[in-house]
Design a protein around this ligand. Sequence first.
Ligand code: RFL
Ligand code: PHB
Length: 393
Amino acid sequence: MRTQVGIIGAGPAGLLLAHLLHIDGIDSVVLEARSREYVENRIRAGVLEHGTAETLVATGVGERMRAIGLPHHGVNLRFRGRTHRIDFLGLTGKFVTVYSQHLVVQDLIAARLAAGGQIHFDVEDVSVHDFGGEAPSIRFRAESRAETLACDFIAGCDGFHGTCRPSIPAGVLMIHERVYPFGWLGILAEAPPASEELIYANHERGFALLSMRSPTVSRHLLQCAPDENPEAWPDERIWSELETRLGTDEPSWKLIKGPIVQKGVTPMRSFVAEPMQFGRLFLAGDAAHIVPPTGAKGLNLAVADVRVLARALERHYRAGASELLARYSETCLGRVWKVQRFSWWMTSMLHRFEAHTGFERRIQLAELDYVAGSRAAAMALAENYVGLPLELP
Ligand code: RFL
Ligand code: PHB
């Protein structure tokens, strides 16, 4: 088997890369460890930056998103018992779109298959070889047969627990990491969202987030211990804690309850591997970096990486110019660190830290007061949330 770009992972990064390369006339093969059904139903992110939504529309995979995605023109910050709206549209002229990641994945898979693209699901024992030289290859097993895919380049889009990053020789990567002393308990409930826009709440008992997936499905998140057992959270405890932290126990409005159809705990970390490339292996998305979800950035950062990579590969194949490929990591990391900063800042501002002194707690509230009261500070939040402009070289 031979292709130009061997892509490992059929998450948003790998699938969008394959789609963008196809548009540029570059051949790729995607290898995915899980089944098509599994990746098409994996519930994760839900907030698309302005530029992410534009990319999907501009490349012909945004039709369903435009039809059923929910445009959100702002978000709410809730603290000290009051709610403050950050008006994205008024402050930046841009907005975000609430549209589930698994629907983006479905749309990309459908487009690739309709265009005759190759995605191999359920592959096993994927390993990457000879990417330090001119002729890399990927070995794997498909339906118990050993296969080798020869390629010009390998794109490691295999997520945080994938095989590509650990295959880079020891001593090459510098790892920067922060693990937070809490996690999120997330639920999906069959209930209409009680607010039209997201509510990020800083409360004495911990952070809470009111979010949604559609007009009939709510998504809510609660700060919890990083190793919290979801079994310790029967539905009634979840609703009651959400009401307290979101302030919906007040008479003015009510949280709308419904059957909880999914429940899970995610630990929170910030992580960057530098550089994001070695020889002919390029890391993109969660394979290279993780952000805590408070800024809603993981999926969007994966999209930004593969747009840079697709452009660099297009220059290589069309013009024989390899400078953009050589500078791939440097180009991506500029954005990655700004997004890390924003995600860390939102996380620090909104969560309860057990170790905080009274001084630190008051500084946190002053930060929230500043964002709520200053147009400049609100603008800084809005500009980052809707997405910094992507400057393609
Ligand atoms: P993915 O989506 O993890 O895809 C990697 C793919 O690689 C496959 N794989 C392998 N395939 C072959 N061989 C191997 N050895 C392999 N190892 C792994 C995996 O099966 C998988 O299909 O990474 P990608 O493409 O980089 O995309 C990143 C995003 O998925 C991630 O950043 C976001 O989901 C993060 N995230 C959020 N991001 C946002 O922008 N907004 C949000 O609101 C948001 N909420 C979230 C999130 C992530 C969450 N979790 C649990 C990770 C909420 C949650 C709960
Ligand atoms: C979600 O709906 O899952 C969600 C929304 C906003 C975030 C994180 C997660 O910041």
